[in-house]
Design a protein around this ligand. Structure first.
Ligand SMILES: [Cu+2]
Length: 362
């Protein structure tokens, strides 16, 4: 399991190494004169924020960790017992399907490892490719039999695999504004399975519900527009992006379209360290269609209990080594906590997100 404490300790160690090499470099010459500044990049959680000069390459690695916990209907908290006794099971009427939900997810964790390459095709156009590996883990309570609120037991499902691949062109309109023209290629699987505990006490292996699938199964358009600027002391920017599903996947559905908007402000502490604040708003649609292999008295198997609206606040640190052995390397850390979440049906709200990433241009 992902250890936040361990991650925190490693971050402090890495940050110290960056601060040390940068401080050393700053003594010799002005950090700004190295042409590298922590303000040059957006907070690490923002994708496709910057372009590169013609012929310049950049490689990057990010780890995004997300924690979900509890149950919400709309903006209201509900208990597992309330879900099990009051929320209708959409599969009721099919053989063995009880009238209300009997399996209630209570927490979920996701780790997304993202490896990216950027290349400056010209001073106006930068190309980007990103692959990722995703692990998901979900804890559930199973209630006994067809009704009532007696807990039978708990179980955990896990899925992991390579996810969808993103390619994009960042097309400069002005010095500070570019279009994000992206496509998501369905390289991730949508047929993951796991062992569950049923209300009758059995442990079959079944197709996991929608949130535990790794890919989307659909080709998606990812258009966007990004604005970014900076002076000596501050950097700021905004980005609007969409994910538009082109048709259904082979299993008979498409995840909801996503629209997101974000704006950030970063303050330069030194040329090699910038502190940022960011607001992110997102709306995600319900699952459109249904996978006939995803069936069960559980909220996550219902295509209508997916998606919702959220506003999240992020705070982050960007480090850029302006000299020394690590010159040109960047490290970013960004943590997010939700301000408001309005979820479709019973769903687990996001509790916390953390993104850590390194970047190197050459
Ligand atoms: Cu880059």
């Amino acid at each position: 399991m992902f250890s936040l404490r361990k991650a925190g300790v490693s971050l402090v160690a890495i940050s110290s190494a960056f601060a040390a090499t940068s401080a050393y470099a700053d003594e010799g010459h002005d950090g700004a004169s190295s042409g590298i500044n922590a303000l040059d990049h957006a907070p690490i959680g923002v994708m496709g924020d910057h372009r590169h000069a013609k012929g310049e390459w950049m490689i990057s690695y990010r780890l995004m960790h997300m924690d979900m916990e509890g149950i919400q209907i709309g903006t209201d908290d509900v208990t597992p017992e309330q879900v099990a006794t009051t929320v209708p099971n959409r599969f009721f009427g099919a053989p063995g399907q009880p009238p209300t939900l009997r399996i209630v997810p209570t927490s979920m964790r996701m780790d997304m490892h993202m490896a990216g390459v950027m290349y400056g095709l010209s001073d106006q156009v930068t190309l980007m490719v990103m692959g990722n590996y995703i692990t998901k883990e979900m804890d559930h309570i199973t209630f006994q039999g067809g009704m009532g609120d007696t807990r039978l037991g708990t179980f955990r499902t896990r899925t992991s695999d390579f996810g969808d691949t993103k390619v994009a062109a960042l097309i400069g309109i002005t010095e500070n504004v570019h279009l994000n023209a992206g496509v998501s290629i369905p390289t991730g699987t949508v047929t993951e399975g796991a062992e569950i505990l049923t209300p009758m006490g059995m442990r079959p292996t079944v197709r996991t519900p929608y949130p535990m699938q790794i890919g989307s199964g659909t080709w998606d358009l990812e258009p966007g527009i990004t604005y970014r600027d900076q002076n000596e002391d501050y950097g700021w920017g905004a980005q609007v992006r969409g994910t538009i599903r082109l048709g259904d996947n082979d299993e008979g559905y498409a995840f909801g379209d996503t629209y997101q908007a974000t704006a950030w402000l970063a303050a330069s502490l030194t040329p090699s360290v910038a502190l940022s604040g960011r607001i992110h708003a997102q709306t995600l649609g319900r699952v459109d269609g249904i996978d006939p292999n995803i069936v069960g008295p559980v909220q996550t198997a219902n295509p209508d209990f997916q998606g919702g609206d959220s506003v999240t606040y992020f705070t982050g640190l960007n480090f850029a080594a302006t000299g020394g052995a690590l010159k040109g390397w960047r490290l970013g850390v960004e943590a997010g906590v939700p301000i408001v979440q309005d979820l479709n049906g019973p769903q687990m709200p996001t509790d916390f997100t953390l993104t850590v990433g390194v970047q190197k241009a050459f």
